[in-house]
Ligand binder design. Structure first.
Ligand code: SF4
Length: 377
């Protein structure tokens, strides 16, 4: 099972870890959950945060889980607290999800009334106390260090790592941030065993994933699939292909994920295979584009998204996204200096958001070939 901050997926199976001191996890999502839990070392003051700040356009799996099965999310969070020796849990709900916020609060009140959770932190109660917090309303605020900043009352901007949150996170205490989808799978794993869970998926990335198909599919919606399922099967059998019937270009893994063309669709749905093709698993949102799509407009849109959502904390991303938007808005191929800009953003940005933009742009350029000449650097 894997999970993380913004864009974290889950894959490797296994029950909750026995708390043990370990090296803090490296930056980025996709880090094995058990190792992340172990990294806190069950130190006093440990906090577990359920990240429901689902910011990927095209992803709504966390919203469905929080709206339709909030008890399962709370149970997964409580089990994670138990595994990490944490007495405090937080559910951060995206501000654009008012129904999820209401249902999570209602479920929490019932769980406290039924004696499953403590009603306050610091009472000496062995049961964890959980609070529900509304998100900060930006994409980057779902990144785990930005999310922690928001919980501390600061702007939802990413912070440099190290220190990693499992070492020094919320208010300086060890903090685990797991996605809502990751935590929602924990009760089943505890009940049925890690070995059973590991039978799903592939040997390296086991388990299932909720994929969300966008409105251009004949059957849009959220589907739970085994990891390793060929993307073509998801597109054709679950999604029913495109409404327009034409060939597909698929954006997968969020706004800064990557693009697959029809000839790529036999790739299995795993983090490793998608990354090897310049895409990403992320929240497994799949946005389809058809022959009606203008590639230059799509390129401009990516840069606009990046420029609007950049938190501005570091200049490679703040300046680079604005410059990228200017070039894309001109709808002409970028001059050779774009290569330096892309390298600077990819290597010098402080968090994965800025580092990921040039890769997403390259992936889009590869998908559309000559129509986006110059962006593939
Ligand atoms: S890379 Fe972008 S989003 Fe991340 S800290 Fe820098 S400015 Fe903020």
């Amino acid at each position: 099972m894997r999970g993380g901050g913004a864009g974290g997926g889950r894959a490797r199976g296994g029950g909750p870890a026995r708390p043990a001191r370990a090296r803090p996890p490296p930056p980025g999502a996709g880090f094995p959950v058990a190792a992340k839990w172990a990294a806190t070392g069950a130190r006093p003051g440990t906090v577990v945060v359920a990240n429901g700040d689902e910011g990927d356009p095209g992803s709504y799996a966390d919203r469905l889980l929080m709206e339709e099965d909030p008890d399962r999310v709370l149970e997964g969070l409580a089990l994670a607290c138990f595994a990490c020796g944490a007495r405090r849990g937080v559910v951060l709900v995206r501000s654009e999800y008012p129904a999820a916020l209401t249902r999570m609060r209602r479920a929490l009140a019932c769980a406290v009334a039924d004696g499953h959770l403590a009603d306050a932190v610091g009472t000496g109660d062995a049961r964890p106390a959980v609070e529900i917090v509304e998100g900060a309303g930006s994409y980057v605020a779902g990144e785990e260090t930005a999310l922690i900043a928001r919980l501390e009352g600061a702007r939802g901007c990413a912070r440099p790592r190290p220190p990693y949150p499992t070492d020094r996170g919320l208010w300086g205490t060890p903090t685990v941030v797991n996605n809502v989808e990751t935590l929602a799978s924990v009760p089943w794993i505890v009940q049925n065993g890690g070995a059973h869970y590991a039978r799903y998926g592939t040997s390296k990335e086991s388990g299932t994933k909720l994929v969300c198909l966008s409105e251009r599919f004949a059957r849009p919606g959220a589907f739970e699939v085994r990891l390793g399922t060929p993307v073509r099967r998801i597109v054709d059998e679950l999604g029913g292909g495109l409404r327009s019937g034409g060939p597909v270009v698929l954006q997968i893994g969020g706004p800064l994920g990557g693009f697959l063309t029809d000839s790529d669709l036999d790739v299995p749905l795993t983090s490793e295979a998608l990354t090897a093709r310049g895409a990403a698993l992320g929240h497994a949102g799949m946005i389809a584009f058809d022959t009606q799509t203008d590639p230059a407009e799509l390129m401009r849109h990516i840069w606009e998204f990046a420029a609007l959502e950049s938190c501005g904390a570091c200049s490679p991303c703040r300046v680079g996204t604005r410059r990228g938007l200017e070039i894309a808005a001109a709808r002409t191929p970028p001059d050779p200096s774009y290569e330096s800009l892309a390298r600077l953003m990819g290597e010098g940005s402080m968090c994965a958001f800025g580092r990921r933009v040039p890769a997403a742009v390259r992936s889009l350029a590869r998908a559309y070939g000559r129509e986006l000449t110059g962006w593939d650097r």
